[in-house]
Design a protein around this ligand. Structure first.
Ligand code: UDP
Length: 380
């Protein structure tokens, strides 16, 4: 085999490793079980409308990491898209993340920042951000009980089907809370969408004479030559699939949420006026609706077309054959994860990375950043 490194999985983690290794002169093969590159970041043009659809849910790129930003800009230009999300609660539209406008609209008030802060503190009761132990305590500490009930409790019940006391507080602190009228969804220095789409970006990362990509190739399929039994111990492997799958679930099944999408092409120019509308109420079965044309207002002809593509997003527990999206990370999962980490340490020349390989809720920039670190510290 004329291969110096095998990368299992062609998502951002795997492609970053592959690109770095190829640029350093290594011969890299990337295999992916799916028939397309890019893992869940993959997007494609919906043929009837030409609108770019993120096949596995909306992906918004943002980072404050200078080296990640410099790195990603080698492969794509970014638009000046700034992500904003609205939320329809009890038949009214509110701005997210929770900001002074949300608070004032919700309470029918005109609070100043200090007044709003004092109100939320009172409504947070005994909970404090610094000492909060879980999603519930942190969420209530951040926004107070009434806002938590309105915007987080039922949305989170739909998204996770897990009691918020069992979920990590880190999940809720992904969203900023602001006592001004800034409703940018992210706090990061850099933000934007790949100008020519995600797939063009991902393909450019893989476009190197030292990289071979083999799609439709399952690492666990013993009928293909680069399967687990044939390569582990023979050459370095970067594995970005689910860590429990690698070890054949011997330490139990780590729980994941998966998503189902219902896509519709509608004969209207604009369905909801914004890219993402969240539905935090219990009587709506989906969590949010994406309307993809709004991610690219600069694609003028497509944007002003008289059709639109929307996708309703539903969440449920992943069965073994479903695509994993979000690590639930309950206390039982953490026990299992520690056992898998121990096993992983004993696995000679196999490097586990990415959202699935580490069972971490990594954003794209984090996956890329951790791949760059792995390359620099362990593989180069
Ligand atoms: N969340 C919520 N209501 C919202 C948006 C988010 O309760 O309107 C909670 C929910 O538990 C979600 C978490 O905050 O899983 C993180 O939200 P984010 O938008 O970062 O999730 P992602 O876009 O990664 O699915």
């Amino acid at each position: 085999m004329d291969i110096d490194l095998l990368v299992v999985g062609s998502g951002f983690f795997g492609l970053t490793i592959a690109e770095r290794a190829a640029s350093a002169g290594r011969k890299v093969t990337v295999i992916d079980r799916r028939n397309h590159i890019g893992g869940n970041a993959y997007s494609e043009k919906e043929p009837e409308t030409g609108i770019e659809v993120h096949r596995y849910g909306a992906h918004l790129f943002h980072t404050s990491n200078e080296s990640v930003w410099e790195y990603v800009n080698r492969f794509t230009k970014f638009t000046n898209y700034v992500h904003r999300v609205y939320s329809t609660h009890n038949g009214q539209v509110f701005a997210l993340p929770v900001n002074l406008h949300t608070i004032n609209q919700f309470f029918g008030a005109a609070f100043t920042p200090d007044q709003a802060r004092a109100l939320v503190k009172e409504q947070a009761g005994e909970f404090d951000v610094a000492t909060a132990q879980n999603f519930y305590e942190k969420g209530v500490a951040l926004v107070g009980r009434p806002l938590f009930e309105a915007f987080f409790a039922h949305y989170t019940a739909k998204q996770w089907q897990t009691s918020p006391e069992q979920l990590s507080g880190d999940i809720v602190s992904r969203l900023p809370v602001r006592y001004n009228y800034d409703n940018r969804y992210f706090n990061d220095t850099y933000e934007g969408l790949p100008k020519d789409g995600y797939t063009a970006w991902l393909e450019r990362m893989a476009d190197h004479p030292n990289i071979t990509v083999s799609l439709g190739t399952d690492f666990f399929d013993e009928s293909q030559p680069l399967h687990q039994g044939a390569v582990v111990g023979q050459l370095p492997v970067v594995y970005t699939g689910p860590v429990d799958r690698y070890f054949d679930f011997t330490e139990g099944f780590l729980s994941w949420r998966t998503l189902d999408f219902e896509q519709e092409i509608l004969p209207v120019g604009d369905f909801q006026g914004t890219p993402v509308m969240n539905y935090p109420d219990a009587d709506v079965p989906f969590t949010r609706i994406h309307e993809f044309k709004h991610f690219h207002p600069e694609r003028k002809d497509i944007f002003s077309g008289d059709k639109t593509v929307i996708m309703r997003e539903f969440s449920r527990f992943a069965e073994r054959d479903d695509e994993p999206y979000y690590p639930v990370n309950t206390s039982a999962d953490r026990v299992g994860l520690l056992a898998y980490r121990d096993l992983a340490k004993g696995e000679k020349d196999v490097f586990f990375g990415g959202r699935l390989g580490t069972y971490q809720y990594l954003d794209m920039h984090m996956a890329i950043g951790s791949a760059l670190s792995m390359w620099n510290n362990q593989l180069s």
